[in-house]
Write a new protein. Structure first.
Length: 184
């Protein structure tokens, strides 16, 4: 099973490198991936929402999704699995961004945070699902294009992110009660 996943990962990465690389995407993909660095896009959106009283709950929910990613992915799964990134295993591919400081690849924190945040925002802001999910897809794909994650890292991140968004959305009443308690 693991050999199949490894072969699928390598085949998909080489497919992207050989068929999709272009000067335009070589310029665009680093910018897209930077939106996910330290969850900057999602933190800014969460902060903007938090500062508007009528959207405070949504902002806090986005922060809860980010917190779950940091706690479970960055602090537990990456150090536990200890999977090297593709550019460490395969050094023949030119990397277009500064190498990430964390050399652990599994799962993708960018994909997890993007899909957790996008799922929460899609669930809370009517009509926004297509926009936020599209941004999340672009961020996740950029990690493959830039050769810093394997497809199984990204796919696992997507699934974890969506799971985190479901957990946070289903905890809405508890989060709202906590906000009301704190605001007293």
């Amino acid at each position: 099973m693991f050999e199949f996943i490894k072969q699928f990962d390598l085949y998909t990465l080489y497919l992207i490198q050989e068929n999709l690389r272009s000067p335009f995407l070589d310029t665009l993909m680093p910018w897209i991936t930077y939106l996910g660095n330290q969850a900057v896009l999602w933190v800014i959106l969460g902060l903007v929402l938090f500062l508007k009283k009528e959207h405070r709950l949504t902002g806090v929910m986005v922060f809860c999704g980010i917190f779950l990613e940091v706690l479970l992915v960055e602090a537990v799964l990456k150090p536990l699995v200890h999977r090297p990134r593709p550019f460490v295993d395969i050094q023949s591919i030119e990397i277009l961004i500064r190498k990430p400081s964390c050399y652990f690849s599994f799962p993708s924190g960018h994909a997890t945070t993007a899909f957790a945040s996008a799922g929460i925002l899609a669930g809370k802001i009517k009509g926004s699902g297509s926009l936020f999910i599209s941004i999340a897809v672009l961020i996740a794909f950029s990690r493959l294009y830039l050769f810093v994650h394997y497809p199984s890292d990204v796919l696992t991140g997507v699934l974890l992110g969506l799971t985190f968004s479901i957990i946070v959305l289903s905890s809405e009443k508890r989060i709202q009660s906590l906000i009301k308690y704190i605001e007293r």
